[in-house]
Write a protein that binds this ligand. Sequence first.
Ligand code: ATP
Length: 779
Amino acid sequence: MTRDGNEWSVERSRIADVLKVIETKKEQLLLNTTSLKEDIIDLRKKFWDDVTVNFDEVDDAVETYASIKQQSELLSERERSHGHYHKNKQLLERMEKSPYFGRIDFEEEGEGEEQIYIGVSSLMDEKEEYFLVYDWRAPVSSMYYDFEPGPAHYLTPSGTVKGEIELKRQFVIENSQLAGMFNTGITIGDSLLQKVLGDRASSQMKSIVATIQKEQNAIIRNESSRLLLVQGVAGSGKTSAAMQRVAYLLYRYRKQIGADQILLFSPNQMFSSYVAAVLPELGEEPMQQSTFQEYVSKRLDSEFTLQTPFEQLEASLATKASGAGPYNQETVDFKSSVYYKEMIDHYLTQLSTNGMKFRNLKFRGEVVITAEEIKEYFYQLDPSMKMANRVDLVKDWLFSELKRIEKEEQAKDWAEEEAGLLSKEEYHQAFQQLERGHNFDEETFDDFEKEEWLLRNWVVKRRIDSLRRKVADYQFIHIRKVYGGMFHDSYSIQNQKLPKSWEIICNRTLRNLQQRYLPVEDQTPYLYLKDQLEGKKVNTSIRYVFMDEAQDYSIFQFLYIKELFPHAQFTLLGDKHQAIYSHNHGQKTILDEQVHEGKATKMELSRSYRSTKPIVDFTKCLLKDGAEIEAFNRDGQLPRVWKTERNTEAKKAIIDVVRSRQKEGHKTIAILCYSLEESKLAYELVGEELDAALIYKETQSFQEGVLILPVYLAKGIEFDGVVVYNAANPGYQFEGGHLMLYTACTRAMHELDIFIHNNCPILSGIPVELYMKKETAAL
Ligand SMILES: Nc1ncnc2c1ncn2[C@@H]1O[C@H](COP(=O)(O)OP(=O)(O)OP(=O)(O)O)[C@@H](O)[C@H]1O
């Protein structure tokens, strides 16, 4: 299509018309907003003028309360509307720059043809009669992503609408100007995608609404599955699809759910900040985000020193790199399995008749209720009751016992003494608290005896309340000992297959518990046991849970998370080829359908969009079963493998390579290392000269420039150029190590440079025509 052709001028003039409507709507909105703003200021100023305040009689007080309530409701309604207007204004401003990106001409069976323009939000004409632009999430818009010209259909709540797409067109509208226009046959034409994917990396992920692919659209709009599994190769758009799916669900169920009812479990906080801008860009509130580790810390931090997943990984990387084999692998495998969960369930059945461990309750340094008494009470309760219910009955009994003890203590000498020795501040505090609790009338504090008695009560209560809090928090159960009970000789595990190194596992677990150290593999099982005894801490308000990088969760972790959100539908997205954590080497991941016993729907994405074709062709050869990976046809240079012998040589080579990438215009360049230790070495070698940032903690945020970081911290993120610091690190050669190298190389969008300081068997299997061998002398 030529730029001066008739079609161009028709589309240009339509854009101009739509922009006029947007302008008018903006003016209208501004007018309404101004008057609303004035209303709000006025209401705030005169808030008390319209309220009749009278507390003389009960009836007057009720009336006063009602009138305050009415006035504040009016104010908050106005404030809400103002927020709403503000959001609409932002959307209109966004649409002003680019009102739409697609068009389909659709002839519905038995009806005339309609031109459907599609954009980030819908827009009606000035009379609010017909749509100038349809929201990309509207049912009719789905055809844009799903069909080429020809027969097409879409689903509406009242049934399927069939018809024919006569034309499908894409637009590039930048700064209100038509910059490109393509009629397209296939789903979403290559030209636009080429353009989008050729752009530079950014510290914030972008939305992909204009170029969503058919297979991604199926994930985004899936409504039927309670458990959706998405296995997608590196760069296939899993995270992007997840973000658009959140936006879709917020639109589809806008009357039923809000952004605070959607939760994304992300791999780390750097990733969270990377994806945070996508939903606001689409005019939606961001969903809740958390890492599983944050949840675990909240629950167990006060009881244990917790190992972080990164510490666990580092420990395992260090032993692999030294050639000693995976650290602690059998323990990790065992404790991450469903089998271990079943073992805990079995243990719980035993606990219902014997073996529970309780703590003595101490008051002023003396035991007032012994662990033995608590145990006796517990085991005389009906054993057919759930453990958690029995524990609650014990709690109620303890509360009543504490009441009795409180009374007894009030009569003791220490209470009299302590009441007599209160400081001025304490006395004041006691007076205020007693006043609040209506424990005395005005005369009481003038009556010496009464006052003394009240103060005695107060000092006893103050002390016993801290004990009450402990009881309320179930601290009377010695969970650490209960958990450890499974690893004692006295516990007989019948008919259960245990790992070969069971004895070592037992000793190590008991030692850790004694030292109050909880490694990652014990954290979820410990919480699971704790919840079975104390009652589950479920969250019923969350309706959708997304788990990105799902291959990094153990089956046990997933089962646990699933129980935490009983009313939620789950979307798990991940890539089996990027499973770099200890618990999933060679094991089934939660992306396997079999793990979910036929209750999951699985979708696969095999096309990679992030990297250029030469990079994808190279990286897929790092995998044994990479043949299924398909590259999007975007041109680029072959990856380069640089061989350096000595550190001084490597230093110069890496600096030169990074500088030449910068000269080519690339802004984010990552030097990816095997471990944190290697990252520190790399930083020492080239950090200062390249003005690079060393990323060593997951809490650091993602920024432009040269970054030096371990591969596992770069998960889910992408860079213009990637430099692999040393692909010959022995750790990569170990079982699962090639997946780390694969993860590292697939972070590159445009350029990939790999350094090897030695021979590198892992690269020897890659056909030589897929990369350039470089000697450093060539620099
Ligand atoms: N349909 C699309 N249109 C435009 N860009 C896309 C599309 N799908 C994916 N991309 C781009 O491809 C890149 C990779 O996407 P994303 O990070 O969502 O993939 P991923 O599958 O989560 O990757 P990984 O598993 O490697 O972290 C991003 O830059 C994204 O914008």
